[in-house]
Every structure is written in structure tokens, then in C-alpha cells.
Write a protein that binds this ligand. Structure first.
Ligand code: G6D
Length: 330
């Protein structure tokens, strides 16, 4: 793959908010929004140049900046699952198949199908994963529609269809920083989830939904600052409230509200990001970003007590994610 294959597509709403999508992985490349002072800031963290996304280092790090990931987001234990008495073997490294493997959807060039302009601009991209790719059954057609509404809501809808029974779990892996720079340590985070998934040393779910007591530092059921809490966990959404999660920066007064049709959200707050490339904003070395990856439970095919990840031939898989951005005036 060369730089010539890379394209960036842009949407702008009447509030001057602009969204850029890179065709590699149908990835969110930037999202510029006005803060409380009317400064247009990029709240998405990623490599500065599109060329950075096709380097060997990028492939090796597999950080999935802004990417549409799958066929199966998250981890699948031992890269194996059983479907109708057939055992399927996926690419796995040290007992883990992560984010669809080496040739996951984030590493594909997605085709631009259509774009709309004017109010509530949108774009639709698609990709194809053939039967047996990475070990998954079924020819899978995947589509994503990005819509940027006039009210600064970024709506992401993934749909997928297969000609054979298979498993699928897609999501978006955008790294946010609502200050457009520095750290997310001062951001407030609230997740409407009383439980998360217990995992082993390789971060593989063991089938237990653990109740988070209030003293647990990773209990964000009541809004609190991220501070220096590293998070790489699957939160089981309560679905009792209109919203599923909220992130807020007192500095820019920008609030992100997450709503999804998915049963879980993986929150990923790394202590730091790889240093192989420059970033598109002046983020700090420590706690530069947060991901809110709405999805089914990782490793669901191997745990009968998890929601099913099966997609029957001819049915349609749908993942709806809404990131609504508000400037909260005191
Ligand atoms: C690490 O464990 C984390 C994942 O959750 C994340 O998605 C990935 O880095 C980018 O593997």
C-alpha cells in the first residue's frame, strides 16, 4: 500500500464543525469543534500525517487510531471459537486474537460510496472481507455511515451482512482529548455501568461480570476526574439512563455524551502513546487521550453467558454509536 491509496474525506456542518475521515480503516482522522471561546480545536488524537498510518511501526503498534475495527473488536481467547460444531482458528499471538487480527478491517482501504453536503452532512464507506479471511467464516460486507448533525452529534452506524453464519463485533476506536492538547487527566468521566468484565493476565475475559464497588478506582458510575487512572476495561452498560457515558473538560467546557445500542463500552485510557510519529495536536506524553469503544463483549463467542455475537446468513448486524458534543455554558 502506498500514500497514493490514501484519501481523506471531509464533512462540515453550519456550525463550522469539521470531520475528516481517512479511507484506511474508515478512520476518524480529525474532528474540529468550537470551544467556549469560539476557538476551533481538534478533539481527536492521532498521527499527524496520513502517511504515518501505513508505516511498519503503525502496523506493529496496532493502535487503531480512529479506526473502524473488526471483524471482531476486542480479544478472542486463543484465537479460537466454535460455531455449529465447527472449530474456527484465527490468527493469534500469545493466546490472543485482537481487533480482527493482522488483516483486520482497520488495515483495509474502504470504498467511498456516497457523501451528502449541506445540513447534517454524511458519508458512507464500505469494505469486504472474504470467506476465510483471518479464519472467519462467511463473505462479509461491511458499511459505515458517518453523519455530522447541525447539533454537533457525530453519528456512526456500522452494518454488516454475511452469506454464511459467522461472528461479528465492530466498533470505532477514536482517541479523544476534549482540550485539543495536553492531558485528559483533568477530564471528568462518568460511565453508567455497575459492572465490568473480569479478565486474566492477558486481558482475556474469564466469563465473570464483576460488580464495581464505589471504592474501586475504576468505578466511574459517579462522575470523577480521570487523574492518573489507566483504564483498559470493558464496562457492562446498565441501560437504565438516556446516556451511556459522559466525558467533560472544564477547560474548554466541551462535553461528550455517548449513546449506543451496544451492551458494553471498552474504555481505553493509556498512560502514554507510541513515540514513532508526531501527533496532530500538542498532547502530553502522559494520559493524552481516552477511547470509548461501544461494542459487544470481547470473547463473547467463548462465553455462553455473554450476549451472542452470531450473525446468521442474510441477517443484518447493526452497531449505532452517537458521540454528542455540547459546549456547557455555566
Ligand atoms: C491495547 O489492550 C489495548 C486494547 O484495548 C487497545 O484497543 C489497543 O491497545 C489499541 O492492545
Amino acid at each position: 500500500m502506498t500514500t497514493n491509496n490514501l484519501q481523506i474525506y471531509k464533512l462540515t456542518n453550519t456550525a463550522e464543525t469539521t470531520l475528516e475521515i481517512l479511507n484506511l480503516g474508515a478512520s476518524v482522522f480529525s474532528l474540529k469543534i468550537n470551544d467556549i471561546e469560539g476557538n476551533l480545536i481538534n478533539i481527536v488524537v492521532g498521527p499527524e500525517k496520513k502517511e504515518d498510518y501505513i508505516t511498519e511501526e503503525y502496523l506493529q503498534e496496532n493502535m487503531c487510531f480512529g479506526a473502524s475495527i473488526g471483524r471482531y473488536a476486542g480479544r478472542i481467547s486463543d484465537g479460537e471459537f466454535k460455531l455449529d460444531e465447527t472449530n474456527y482458528k484465527l490468527f493469534q499471538n500469545d493466546g490472543v486474537h485482537l481487533h480482527g487480527g493482522i488483516r483486520g478491517l482497520q488495515h483495509k482501504i474502504w470504498n467511498m460510496n456516497s457523501q451528502t453536503f449541506g445540513e447534517n452532512p454524511s458519508m458512507s464507506l464500505s469494505c469486504f472481507s472474504e470467506d476465510g479471511e483471518e479464519g472467519y467464516p462467511g463473505n462479509l460486507k461491511v458499511e459505515v455511515c458517518y453523519t455530522l448533525t447541525e447539533e454537533n452529534e457525530l453519528k456512526i452506524e456500522y452494518t454488516a451482512k454475511s452469506d454464511k453464519k459467522t461472528i461479528v463485533n465492530l466498533t470505532n476506536h477514536t482517541y479523544f482529548n476534549l482540550n485539543g492538547e495536553g492531558s485528559v487527566s483533568g477530564h471528568e468521566l462518568q460511565i453508567n455501568a455497575a459492572k465490568n468484565l473480569e479478565v486474566d493476565a492477558k486481558l482475556r475475559p474469564i466469563g465473570i461480570l464483576r460488580t464495581l464497588n464505589l471504592e474501586t478506582e475504576k468505578n466511574f458510575s459517579v462522575s470523577k476526574k480521570i487523574e492518573n487512572i489507566q483504564v483498559d476495561d470493558t464496562f457492562v452498560l446498565d441501560k437504565l439512563d438516556e446516556t451511556d457515558a459522559r466525558v467533560y473538560s472544564a477547560k474548554t467546557k466541551i462535553e461528550l455524551i455517548l449513546k449506543t445500542n451496544q451492551p458494553a463500552v471498552v474504555i481505553f485510557i493509556p498512560k502514554n502513546l507510541p513515540h514513532h510519529w508526531n501527533y496532530n495536536t500538542r498532547v502530553s506524553k502522559q494520559f493524552p487521550s481516552i477511547c470509548l469503544e461501544a461494542q459487544n463483549y470481547p470473547d463473547a463467542p467463548n462465553h455462553s453467558n455473554f450476549p451472542s455475537a452470531i450473525l446468521n446468513a442474510g441477517d443484518t448486524y447493526t452497531n449505532k454509536i452517537s458521540y454528542k458534543f455540547n459546549v456547557v455554558k455555566d
